[in-house]
Design a protein around this ligand. Structure first.
Ligand SMILES: [Zn+2]
Length: 109
């Protein structure tokens, strides 16, 4: 029986836990995170040629329960921004998720 991809839920293959597209995206995330703005980050993911819808599913997946990739990257960027601004502290993915859930979903279209 084929396994499902941990990220997008599509068929991943017999041994793989992650499908080829998400593997590509994961590699790109590792390359980009901490180096670019969020907009550039998204552009970089689109450059993999993976469908945008799938990228969004991938970003919101939380297979390890540590927060989605989107929340992790947002947390890292916020932490970096706070550091640059001289504010101590650390944003966690859980915190970002909490804030976003509190704000509501009106930014999603
Ligand atoms: Zn996948």
């Amino acid at each position: 029986m084929n396994r499902q991809c941990l990220y997008c839920g599509e068929r991943a293959g017999i041994i793989a836990k992650v499908c080829a597209d998400c593997k590509k995206l994961l590699a790109r995330v590792a390359e980009l995170r901490g180096k670019v703005s969020y907009g550039q980050f998204l552009d970089g993911l689109e450059q993999t040629g993976v469908q945008k819808e799938k990228i969004l599913t991938f970003l919101q997946a939380d297979p390890e329960g540590k927060g989605s990739i989107q929340d992790q990257v947002t947390a890292e960027m916020t932490t970096e921004l706070m550091r640059v601004m001289g504010i101590s502290g650390r944003q966690t993915a859980q915190e970002v998720k909490r804030i976003r859930d509190g704000v509501g979903k009106d930014s999603e279209s």
